[in-house]
Structures are given as C-alpha cells and as structure tokens.
Write a protein of this length. Structure first.
Lengths: 468, 1076
C-alpha cells in the first residue's frame, strides 16, 4: 500500500511538471515588468523637449562656442578641442546616436504616429516642429545624413546618406505640416503641463514654427538670396511678437534637472572659460571694446558654477528667440533692399530684446544692481545705435553674435557671413563643420570619410549651403 | 514550500532511536606491519563509521542487522570484511590503486572513476579548511587544473572570479555554475555602481562556510556538465556539504575550531618622495588647488612654523632660504602610515550525531574581519543544519538548510573621486593627510575643517582625503540568506530508484552608501539605498537504475526533469542634496529618485542518460537534454513549446586500456577518455525579445545627465536597444580527449586533457549605427572558440611510517579566441574607459586591451592591419614649433595593446608529513597575461609616480626616427613637459603602461599538528589539532604597481585593468581545533 502511495506521489510530482499546457506554465514570465511596452504622447513629449534643449545647450553649444570664439577650452580635453586637434569623431557619438537619432528623432516619429492615430493635431504639429528643429541643427554641422533609409533598425544596418539639400526640403515639409496642424483644431487630446516649453499653447508653437522656418530659409540664403530672404520675411511676419513668445525650456536647480552648461561647469570644472589672460576670446574682445554691460554676466568665473549668473542651474534655456528673429528680419530687410527705418527698428529691437532677456532672467544680487544694469543698457544702446540709414551688416551680425552667447546658431551665422572676422585658435583654418561620429563611421560604411582635422578644415567638405 | 521544509526539519531532528548494537575493535596495518593512520572504517549499508588513530586502532559501533565492515585508505585497495563472532577485526591493507573510488558527477550521481569519460577533479575538505581561506573560492586556488580564480582585491569582503576552461560567452556570465548538495545556488556579485568605481563587492558563494564542505568536485567540460543544461556549459563546481556520521557509540560529537589571522598590505604602486606639490618647479600650497607634484625638491623647502595654518600644523611651506623658515620640510608618508594590520577571527562549532536510521549535523560559524584599510569590515555568521532519515528500507529523506548573515562596511575604490587609492596616491609628500594626528582615522579634525568642509591637498576641489573616505563615505551592507534542499529517495525496484529534490535559495542584500556633504563625488551630499532580493527554486525529479545485463555488460540509466525558476528584484533609491551635515539619510535629501527592476527567468528541462559498461574496460555514456527557456518567449505573441525549446546531446567514452596489458609493476592503470558534447542556450538576459519604453534621460557624456521625472514631469523614451523577436538558441560544442595514467601502484599519476570548444550563434547586444534609430540590437551574432590543455601530476615520492611526501601539480593552459562578432562589427567593448579598455576583437583573444599606441612609420602602410601595433620605428615629433618636439606621438588609430589572458597557470602543492606533523605549501605560478597600469599612467601626469622623480632632470633621446626616416637625434628632458604631454599620463598612449602580470607566489603554507589522543584519555576530549597558516606570503612579479592579482572590473568579464585598485594582502593565521 505504502509502496503504491509513494509511487503515486512521484507520479503526481511528475505530472506537476507535466506538459499538458506548458505554454501556460511559462505564462507572462518574459513580459518585462519594469518598463512599459506602450506609452501615451504626454510622456514622450517632455523627453523629446528636454532632449532638444540638452542637445542645443550641450555638445552643439560648447563645440560651436569654441569654434566661433565665444569661449575658450582651457583644461584637459577642452584645451585640445580649443586648438581643434580633439574635434574628433568619438566626441560626437553621444549627440548623433543617443541624442539625435535614437533619442529625439526616434521618439518624435513615434509621438507623431501615435498622435496622428488619435487625431491629436497639436501633438502632431509639435512633433513636426521639434523634428524640423533637430534635423536642421544636425545637418547644419554634418551636411549629408541618412534620412530616407534611417530608422529601419536591423532591416537596414547601413542606411544611405541623403544630401543636405534634400534634408532641407524635408524640413520645409515638416514645418509646413506643423503650421497646418497647429493652425486648426487640436482634437480631444491636447498637450498641457507635459509641454515643458509652452504649456500646450498651440498659438505659440505656431509662431515658433514660423521662426524656425525663417531660420531654415536664412541658412540657405547664399544659395538663392532672393527666394530665401523673401521667405525669411514672410515667416517672421507670422513669428514671435515679443520675448514672451520665445521658445525656451526652463531648467531647475535640482541636481538631475539642471541646465547643460551648469552641469558641465559643475562636473568638468575649469575646462572652459569665456577667456583667460593666455587665451582671449573674440567675443570678450568685442564686448570689452564696446564696454558691453552684459560682459561681466557672460564672463563670470565658470569655476564658481553655483553663482554664475548666466550659466546657472535653473536657466531658462533659449532654443529660438524673438531677438534672433529680429536680427534675421534686419538682415533679410537689408539684403532685399528694405526700408531704412524698418532695418533700424528691427536691429535696435534685436539688441533691446536681448537685454530684456538678460534683465528678466538673470538673478541680480540686489535690485540696485539690476537698476544699474538697466541704466547701463540704456547708455550702451545709445552708444551702439548707428542711426537710421547707417545700419550695416557688420552691425547686425556683431550684435547678433553678442546677443546669442553660446547658442549654436552663431556658428551658422559666422559661416554664412564671416562676421565677425575670427582668427583661428590654431592653424590657418577654423573647422567648417563637425566630423561624422566614430560609431557611424565604423558601423555604417556609407558614411563619407569626414573624420580628422584635415577633413573638417577642407573647403571641399563644407556643408551644402556654405558656399561662402 | 518554506513551511513544508520546516516541518521536515522538526521531524528529522526529533528522531534518534538506537537499536541493539555491538562494538568492534581492531588495528589496520600495511603489509610491512606499520599502522595506517586515518584509514576509513565504514559499516556497510549505513553511514556509521570512524577512522583509525595514530596506532592504526579503531573502534566502531555496529548496529544490529549489519555484518560487514569496509576498510579504505588512499593508495590502498579497499577491503570488505564480513564480521564473525569475534569483536576484534585486524586488517592488513595492500597498496594498490583505488579504482573503485567514486567521483561525484553531474546531478550528484556518483560514478566509479574508471567509468568516467571526461575530466573531473576533486578537492577534499581538508585541502579547503587547511588553506586558511575564509571563502570557498579562495580556498580552491591552485588546487585544480583548468580553473582560473581571480581575486578582485584585497579589501575585506572582496569577491573572487572563477572561470573553468576559459570563457564560453562573449557578454554573458562566464563563471562556473555552483551546485551545493544537488541544487544550484547564486554566486553573483551585484554591483551598485559602474564596475570601475564603487566598492569591492562579495561574490555570494562567500555565504557558504568552507568548514561545512565535505568535498568539491569540479566538472570541467560540457560532457561532464551537459545534464545541468544551459548554465552548465561554463563548468560546474559541485559542492557536497558535511553530514552527520556514525559517532562511535556516543550520542553525538562536537567539533570546535577557532583561528585568528593577521594580514598586511603587499605592494603598492611606487611613488616619489622627492618633489613637492606644485607646477613648473614652483611650490603651490594646498589652498591653490594645484593637483600635481611638479614642485621644487622637498629638500629646498622649509616650514614657517605657523601653528594656525589650517592645512598643516607645521606651518606654511616656504623656501628654506626664506627668513620665516624655521624647520626643513621632511616628506610625509601618506601611504605607509595609512594601512593597518588586518585582523580576522574565525570560530566554528559543529555538532553531529546519528544512527543507522537518522543522522544530523548542525554547525555555526562566525567569521569577522577588519581589513588592512581602517574601518573596512566584513562579518559572516552561518548556521547550517543537515539531516538524513531512513524512513523505511526503501524510502529515505534528507534535508539541509543554510542560513547566513553577512555584514560589510566597505570603502570606495577605483576611478572615483572618492576612491581611496586615488586620493591617497595623488597626495603630494608635502601634504599630510593625517593633519599631524596620531590616530587620524578616528580624529575628525584630520580630514574635516570646523566649518564642515574637507581638509585635503587640493583645497576646495579634487579628490577625497582618504581619512574622509573611510569615515564619511562608507558603504554598509547586510545580506540575509537561506538556502537548502529537501530530497526524497525511493527504491522502487533494483532497476528503479525514484528521487525528488527541491532546492531553494533566498536572500536579500541591503546596501546603503553615504556621502557626507563636501564629499568630492557629491559635494551637496548623497545617499543611496540599493536593495536586492533574490529567490530561486530548483526542482529535480529523477528515475535511475543500473545493473548487469550479462557478466560482461552493465547498463545504467537516468531519466529526469528539472525546473528552474529565478526572480531578482532590485529597488534603488538615491537622495541628493542633503539639507544639513552629520545626518546622511534619505530623509535629509532634497531630491529623491527611485527605480525598481525585476528579472524573472524560468527553464524546464528533460534529460536522460544511458551508461553502458563492458568488462570493466569500456564505458560509454550518452546523454540528451531538451530545454525550454522563458527568455526566448516573445510576449503578446502566441507561441508553442517548439519555439522556445532545443535539444542537445553528449557522448563520452572511457577505455581502460590497462586491462588489455599484462599486470605490470610500472603501469598500474591506464585510461583513455573521449567525449563530445553540445550544449544549447537561450538569450542570457530576460526580455531581449522586445523593445520597451524606458524612463528618459538626456546628456552628452561630459556631465551627469538630466533625468526624469524632470521638475515633476514624467518622460519616457523608446529604448535605444532594439529587441529581437527572432532569436535562435546558442550552441556550444565541446570535444575532449584525455588520458589518465597511474604508475607504481598509484604512487605516480598523470592526467592529461585536451579540449576544444566552439560556441556559435551567440546572442549578444551588437552596436548599431545611430542612423538605424537604435544604438544596439540583440542578435545571434557572435562566435567564440577555446582550446586548452590540463595536466594533473600526482606523486607520492616517499611513504614511510613516520614520513611521507605528496606532490600535486596542476597545469592549465587555455586560449579563447573571439571568432566572430556581428556582421560588420570588429570590436565590442566590454569594459574600461573611453579610449582604453577591454574589447572583443575578431580574431583576437577574449577581451584584449585596446587603446592608444605610439605612432610608427609603418602606420597606414600595407604593413599595417589597422588593428595591431604595426612593426616599424616610432615616429618622433620633429616639428620645432611643437610643444612636444622630440617626443613620441600618439597613433590616431586605436590598437590592440595587450592580452590579459595568461599563457598558463601552474599550482604546485607539496605536502610533507612527519608523524603527527604535516607541512604543505602551494606555489602558484601564472605566466603571461598583461594589465594596463592605469594607476601609473595617471600618477605620471601628477608627477607622483616614482619614475617621474628618477627621470625628472634626465635628458634622453627617445628611440625612434624622424619624419625623414633618419634616427632620432633630438635630446629632450623627461620632466613635467613630457609626462603631461599627449604621450604622458592622461595622454592618449597606453601602450607604454601595459605591463606583464606574470607572477610566482607562495600562495599557501600550512603547518598542522594533530595532537596525540593519548593526552586526552580519560577526558571528554577526543582529539585536536593546531594549524599555522600563511597565505600569499611572498610573490614575485615584474608588474610595477599593486599585486597584479586584482581586477577593477571585479568578477566581471573585463579583466586586465588596474586603476587605483585596492592592494592585496598577505596573512598569517593560527588556529586550534578540538573534537569532543
């Protein structure tokens, strides 16, 4: 009896492992409980926005700022970047791979698709604006990039490169689509607090779309001045109407949500300064000569990162601004034979609104210091005012160069106009572009071999619009 | 399940009946009449037994119903003696080889050694306990061929890596599977930070008390381990723990052991004591924050005696000619004075007892260590209960439970501004980290100013003062663990024994890392709590039987099923920005972020094995296993079992060819082994088949990223790693040939194995070009091959009554080559820094060092494969306008610059016995293998490496050629300009810092003395011993740094990287064991 019971027990145990419906036994065990397989648009948008701001204010800003002599690399790797020798492919993997392709653009594509399915027009429009903004920032420094064959995962491990001209065509399409999406009804699913930039305000996004479209036209102005300067003026007419419309992202003082330059100065203390005794910067020289009241704010010791008035943790980071738009307008008016008064107004409004941005966002130690700054600003503006009819391209581009401190757009302006005239920190040529990242060079054999210092200072490798 | 096992324990512990019995006595001698000491006497069919004493005498209580005694002794033929009426049985043993010796093979099946067609090596409990090592893996050092063990560091509680026969996986776990009493237990080393920083973590096999081990069987090739399935492909360490035994008439037996060990640091990267903090020959005081020691010679400096100077009670440093100079500066020793003598106490007590129907063993062990780094402690308490119960003639049960509690207080190390060695070695000799205090480790003023800021040589920045680290950046951890098993066995029929084994392993590992405000790693203060919870279930159901079909043919079979289920959960909470000092606690953090991670895996396997034997001469074993693995499942898609299952076979042959030879006094035994085995495997990681969304972060690699929630807003991003729903199983194929020869009746033995391994279709994350929209994808891509030789030589040159000499030599040689990565992927980084690290490179050995080399004149020519360092002359920079005129130059192409894998490893153990004294020593020789000396690389930049003092004013002409091809003739000074250039410290040339880690070391010396039991006659004491032990007493190596037996990447795959690693230790211990 005992024997049978025991045999039965073993058989029972065997059946327990029996495989009548063993698929059920495995059940959901390989379902990842840690992460979602699907998410709503409201959590994709903030990560895309922060991604865009961090890209703009991070690598793009620092490398551009060194190249246009806004700042100088003074220690460790940044002293080699300062002499261009360390502007090497491995420094661009992060931006290209993680931030742009697998980050912002991949997520924005998904956002757009999800939002389209749900009829959420404003999300669709915002996704297009952010994609256009990112594609433009990327192609402006890398020229040709994979577009048509990109985002296919393992189905296409080596996407072909599309020309910059083609990509700009796509940027135009995205912005046109965005303008259309943002002009109508937003549907039932509307962005709100998840939109860190504009809090879901579609009207402001619409203005931003126009401002970005103006920038996209301006970049190509050398290719066809009449058409593109005209487009600039068309878009600025529908663009920002004051600094309150600026496309900016508000960082905070928390350790994991602080602004990019602050984090850099905190974690790489002493690597970059605006200038030092040994290493002057063009921007420092210009501002010193003009006795510019913004200079002490810009050039405050980067090592004292906690107290830096400009590169503070809780910075309201500009992505595209009213002051930039006013300088674009002034340039386009001038190049299309516009009215002297209008040129002068746009130029002076650009300078004024730059001061307004600083006055509004800089934490002055006291009200009286703030008043001193404002009063110096008035003196300064009077001093630099060339008077109606006397505004030159030099004036416009110099003031734009000062206003857009460390903004990546300055590198585009300088390549287009050669204003201000810069002396290379080393060698005879300032690089015309960024090298392709090492990951793309290694893993995608379609990548043009633009890698070393020779390649990025070779005029043959200038970006398509740069025919200056 | 837990309840059930508790009930079983109670039942088992309550049993202890004693039946009618008799006592048999006698003497065991050899053919020359000399008594054999320590011969085993066992009552057949029971677990009752004893061993002979110094005079060869024994006394054993034979239970009623038993009438046979088995006498066995290593090197002698085992005898069975049937008992007659007499209670005195004297036995004469004949020298011979114990072919009947059983070895433990897969799934705990004992097989006759001669029937085994693959390499198995056993390590006895004596060898483990007498090694003096507190952790099991350390005790195995040098004791088995084919096994490579690497201690991560000398820190108290540091981990050890075990790899058997080289690596089988490119990116997965390569450490051997650990099986204790038939069920697998976790031997992970969980990391809380990136591998290059954080603390030295413990590998979890350390939770087993080595004193509880009866024997260890090391299964090396896949044929030996095929029945263990996927995880067995890495080799298996089968540990059998001690159980209760017959206790010779007494109710129970008590063993106690106590030892104390003292340890000290071995060697440390040499640093200079000649030059002061400074730059360009000018002294810069601490408050300037200057990080380097490129100042003037210390001999030119003096203190001004200002006692109010915060950075030094001797005052400010001035030139010795300065009017304020009062006392010449003498260099401070910040290194030698920092370390202390480590002390470790090890106390064990075990109680065992039993009869022919039930037995038990209970043990308690306490190990408590204070390391060579002050305030680095590790403590382990282990409780183990094992019990066996014979319920009926046919049904028996056994159970064991091991509870352990381990506590550590650990110190930050490695590439980390709070890393202990990093700050210590960089400190200039003109700065006193101890602030002039006698006991700086316990004097806050030594490392902290009254305002709470840190007192260190770099003023407000830099790295932590070592005394700050040990006091204000501690890591606390506590592991509570229960593992054990219940086994039920039923003899249904001579041809059918059924067994069921249930094993489980549960633990929690709770960690808290504190960084006080003003710690360099987190100036605003940080605390994190990192909690791991692990649980597995391992169930086996087996049916087996064996017997003789004819006089010539024997047959055995095994059929079984195995279910393995594991669950790992990690909850991590980090708080940043402490509001006020002296309370480093999550509740004091202004910013708290938390994450949770769960990993579930399940495998079901069905297996079988058939053993054929013919005339004690030919043995053939074939096995097969069909596995179903959860990691192949694609969620949300219907699947059938065939989608997640795969089959793999093995066959092994043992041919005892000596049976064919005439009896011969020279060759006593000879066996040829041949085996083939395939082992399948699923994706090593769970959830590889899907692409999820993950909480977003944004950053650029230069600074800590922004992460979500961002200012209260949640953000997700699609994972950059593309999952793959179409994965195929991996396949590893092993082939092995071996020969086992014994000469002179076993006095000399030689066991040789040669094996090859090819692991194909390996599943690994492969880097993708960003334009694919992903940064990596999981693919069946890689391929890895190994081949190797193992040689075990055993000899007993002398065996006399009073004196014996035993020798064992283990030789290991393995080559693992990366055959293929993914299509178009030439290199895959597995560890290291950007620019220098361990990479898998197609055609190269496993995990080679890859980094910067000198530019050579052949670079870029046809002679350059673009991968290895090309032949040719080093090109010297001959541009007179360059700041590096006359120096070598970095090659812009990264190169293979070193191979961390050793050429071979040899362990030589000599044991001499004289009467009751035994002396054994183990020499451990590792030939080859290279490591990148990142410590030296960094210290040259800072002017702290010894070499920077020796060469500081030296003018040399470097070997090399100028751009026109002529020999270099440019004299340069090898000073600050050189060492801070692009070919110096922190420069882009690593080649010059790759050094050989060859070593020869005296790993173990043990002197033991067994007390004469006569001393204790009339007392309750039965015997005892005194053991003196030394570990790592001496080593020789060309490596210019810490003991190269170290690994910054801990127990992970990336080896060969040294960057401010913790130094190793040497230790001596004395222990006393008594039994009652």
């Amino acid at each position: 009896m005992m024997k049978h019971k025991i045999t039965a027990l073993f058989l029972g145990l065997a059946l327990l492992l029996g495989f009548n419906s063993c698929e059920d036994y495995f059940g959901d065990i390989n379902v990842n409980p840690n992460v979602p397989t699907d998410v709503p648009p409201s959590v994709l948008l903030p990560s895309i926005e922060v991604g865009v701001a961090d890209l703009t204010g991070g690598d793009m800003s620092r490398f551009s700022a060194v190249l246009v002599s806004h700042v100088r690399g003074v220690a460790r790797q940044w002293s080699s970047i300062d002499n261009y020798s360390f502007i090497v492919p491995s420094n661009f993997d992060n931006a290209w791979r993680y931030n742009i392709y697998a980050g912002i653009l991949q997520d924005a594509r998904i956002l757009k698709q999800k939002a389209s399915e749900e009829g959420a027009a404003y999300y669709v429009g915002i996704a297009d604006v952010l994609m256009a903004y990112t594609w433009m920032m990327a192609t402006d420094v890398w020229n040709d990039m994979p577009f048509t064959e990109a985002f296919q995962g393992t189905d296409n491990l080596q996407p072909a490169f599309d020309s910059q001209e083609f990509i700009y065509g796509k940027i135009d399409e995205m912005l046109a689509e965005a303008i259309s999406s943002l002009s109508g009804d937003g549907g039932d699913l509307l962005p709100g607090g998840d939109d860190i930039i504009y809090g879901g305000d579609a009207a402001k996004w619409l203005k931003a779309a126009h401002a970005i479209a103006a920038r996209a036209a301006l970049h190509r102005a050398l290719r066809d001045p009449n058409k593109y300067y005209g487009d600039v003026l068309t878009h600025v007419a529908d663009g920002f109407t004051s600094g309150a419309d600026d496309m900016r992202l508000q960082y905070t003082s928390g350790p994991t949500s602080a602004a990019p330059w602050y984090r850099f100065n905190r974690d790489r203390t002493g690597d970059i300064q605006m200038f030092t005794d040994d290493k002057p910067s063009k921007l420092g020289d210009i501002m010193t000569a003009l006795n510019d009241p913004r200079l002490p704010i810009y050039s405050y010791d980067f090592e004292d990162f906690d107290n830096h008035p400009y590169f503070r943790a809780a910075r309201n980071y500009p992505l595209i601004t009213y002051y930039e738009q006013k300088f674009m307008e002034a340039e386009a008016l001038m190049m299309t034979g516009g009215d002297d008064a209008a040129i002068h107004d746009a130029f002076m409004e650009g300078v004024t609104s730059s001061f307004d941005y600083i006055s509004a966002t800089t934490p002055f130690a006291s009200d009286s210091l703030h008043m001193v700054f404002d009063s110096l600003s008035m003196d300064y503006m009077a001093a630099i005012d060339p008077g109606e009819g006397n505004v030159t391209m030099e004036d416009i581009m110099t003031q734009k160069y000062i206003a857009m401190y460390t903004e990546p757009e300055v590198y585009n302006d300088w390549r287009r106009t050669n204003i201000p005239e810069l002396t290379p920190n080393s060698g005879s040529t300032i690089p015309y572009r960024f090298p392709y990242p090492s990951s793309e060079l290694t893993l995608n054999l379609n990548t043009p071999p633009v890698d070393g210092l020779d390649a990025i200072t070779d005029p043959a490798n200038k970006v398509w619009w740069d025919i200056n | 399940m837990k309840k059930l096992s508790l009930v079983l324990m109670l039942v088992l512990f309550g049993v202890g009946s004693m039946l009618a019995q008799r006592t048999v006595q006698g003497t065991v001698t050899d053919t020359e009449g000399d008594p054999l000491i320590g011969a085993n006497v066992l009552v057949k069919g029971t677990t009752v037994g004893t061993i002979t004493d110094y005079d060869g005498k024994y006394s054993v209580t034979v239970p009623e119903g038993s009438n046979t005694l088995i006498f066995s002794y290593t090197g002698y033929t085992t005898q069975e003696v049937e008992l007659g009426a007499s209670n005195v049985v004297d036995v004469v043993m004949e020298e011979g080889i114990t072919l009947e010796t059983a070895v433990v093979t897969a799934l705990g099946v004992e097989k006759e050694e001669k029937a085994v067609g693959y390499a198995v090596q056993e390590v006895s409990s004596d060898a483990i306990t007498r090694s003096g090592a507190s952790k099991t893996l350390d005790a195995l050092q040098g004791k088995a061929a084919g096994v490579q063990l690497t201690r991560a560091s000398g820190a108290a509680g540091g981990g050890t890596r075990i790899v058997i026969r080289g690596q089988t996986s490119l990116t997965g776990d390569n450490q051997a599977l650990i099986v204790i009493d038939g069920v697998r237990v976790n031997n992970s080393t969980f990391q809380s930070e990136g591998n290059h920083a954080g603390v030295a973590n413990t590998n979890r096999l350390a939770d087993l008390n080595p004193n509880d081990i009866e024997s260890i069987s090391i299964l090396k090739g896949a044929a030996a381990t095929a029945l263990y399935g996927v995880d067995g492909a890495r080799g298996v360490v089968v540990i059998t723990t001690k159980r209760g035994k017959g206790t010779d008439g007494k109710k129970f037996k008590v063993d106690i052991g106590s030892s104390v060990a003292f340890s000290e640091v071995t060697q440390i990267t040499p640093t200079q004591t000649t030059y002061a903090q400074g730059w360009a020959g000018v002294y810069y005081p601490p408050e300037t924050g200057v990080s380097t020691s490129w100042g003037p010679p210390v001999s030119e400096l003096a203190w001004d005696g200002d006692k109010d100077y915060a950075f030094d009670p001797n005052g400010r440093i001035v030139s010795k000619d300065d009017p304020s100079a009062v006392k010449p500066v003498t260099p401070y020793d910040n290194i030698g004075t920092f370390f202390q003598t480590g002390v470790a106490f090890n106390n064990n007590v075990a109680v065992s007892g039993g009869s022919d129907v039930a037995n038990f063993r209970f043990s308690y062990g306490n190990y408590s260590e204070e390391g060579v780094v002050p305030k680095n402690t590790f403590e382990r308490n282990t409780f183990k209960l094992a019990s066996d119960l014979k319920l009926t003639d046919r049904l028996s049960m056994s159970a064991s439970a091991n509870f352990s509690k381990a506590n550590g207080r650990r110190i930050q190390q490695g590439s980390n501004t709070s890393g202990l060695m990093l700050g210590m070695l960089r400190t200039p000799v003109t700065f006193d980290n101890s602030g002039g205090f006698d006991d700086p480790a316990n004097t806050e003023a030594a490392y902290r100013f009254p305002d709470g800021s840190q007192r260190n040589y770099r003023g407000g920045g830099g790295y932590d003062n070592p005394y700050w680290i040990i006091n204000l950046a501690p890591r606390f951890d506590e592991v509570n663990r229960l593992f054990g098993n219940v086994n039920l066995e039923y003899k249904l029929h001579p041809w059918a024994t059924l067994s069921a084994t249930l094993g489980t392993d549960w633990f929690s590992d709770r960690r808290e890392q504190q960084f006080e405000i003003n710690s360099r790693t987190a100036p605003s203060g940080r605390v994190f709590e990192d909690n791991f919870f692990f649980r597995n279930t391992d169930i086996y159901l087996n049916a087996r039987g064996s017997g003789n079909l004819t006089d010539d043919i024997s047959l055995g079979y095994l059929l079984g099923a195995n279910l393995y289920d594991s669950h790992l959960e990690n909850l991590y909470t980090e708080g940043n920005g402490l509001s006020f000092p002296n309370f480093v606690h999550i509740s004091n953090a202004s910013d708290v972020q938390s994450s949770r991670y769960i990993n579930n895996k399940r495998t079901v396997g069905f297996y079988g094995s058939l053993d054929f034997g013919w005339r004690s001469m030919l043995y053939l074993t074939v096995t097969g296993r069909q596995d179903y693995v959860s990691t192949l499942i694609v969620p949300d898609e219907p699947f059938s079992l065939s989608d997640i299952g795969f089959f793999y076979p093995s066959a092994s042959l043992s041919f005892v060819f000596s049976e064919l030879l005439p009896n011969d006094d020279i060759l006593s035994f000879g066996k040829l082994r041949l085996s083939y085995a395939a082992v399948g495997g699923g994706p090593p990681s769970a959830y590889s088949t899907t692409t999820p969304f993950v909480s977003a972060s944004a950053g650029d690699g230069w600074a800590d990223p922004v992460s979500f929630p961002f200012n209260g807003v949640t953000g997700f991003t699609q994972s950059d790693n593309l999952g793959n729903p179409n994965l195929e199983p991996e396949l590893t194929v092993n082939k092995e040939v071996g020969v086992d020869l014994r000469f002179f009746k076993g006095r000399l033995g030689l066991d040789f194995s040669y094996y090859t391994m090819l692991s194909d279709n390996q599943i690994l994350p492969v880097d993708l070009a960003g334009s694919t929209g992903y940064t990596s994808a999981v693919l069946n891509a890689g391929s890895l091959s190994s081949k190797g030789i193992e040689l075990v030589l055993t000899a007993t040159p002398i065996r006399k009554r009073d004196f014996g000499w035993d020798l064992q030599v283990n030789y290991t040689r393995n080559r693992t080559i990366v055959e293929k990565l993914a299509e178009g992927l030439e290199a895959l980084q597995i560890g290291g820094f950007t620019g220098t690290g361990m990479f898998h490179i197609t055609g190269q050995p496993f995990g080679v060092l890859y980094g910067g080399a000198y530019l050579r004149d052949n670079a870029g020519t046809d002679a350059d494969d673009g991968l290895t360092i090309p032949d040719g002359n080093i090109l010297i920079n001959d541009d007179p306008t360059s700041g590096e005129y006359g120096f070598q130059q970095p090659d812009p192409t990264l190169r293979v610059i070193g191979d961390p894998n050793p050429d071979f490893i040899v362990g030589i153990t000599n044991t001499f016995t004289y009467k009751r004294l035994a002396l054994s020593f183990l020499v451990d020789w590792k030939q080859g293998g290279q490591m990148w000396n990142g410590t030296m690389w960094a210290l040259t930049f800072f002017g702290r490496a010894q070499i920077t003092a020796e060469d500081r004013d030296k003018i040399v002409i470097f070997d090399g050629v100028l751009s026109d091809g002529s020999p270099n003739n440019i004299p340069v000074r090898v000073g600050q300009n050189y060492w801070t250039s692009s070919v110096g410290g922190f420069g882009s040339v690593d080649e010059s810092f790759v050094q050989s880690t060859t070593w020869v070391r005296l790993r173990e010396v043990t002197l033991s003395w067994d007390f004469n039991p006569k001393w204790f006659s009339g007392t309750f004491v039965q015997g005892g011993s005194l053991v003196l032990n030394g570990r790592n007493l001496y080593f020789w190596t060309p490596y210019l740094g810490v003991d190269p037996e170290t690994s910054l990447w801990g127990t992970g795959n990336a080896q060969g990287f040294e960057y401010f690693n913790m130094p190793s230790t040497r230790s001596v211990s004395v222990g006393l064991n008594l039994s009652f």
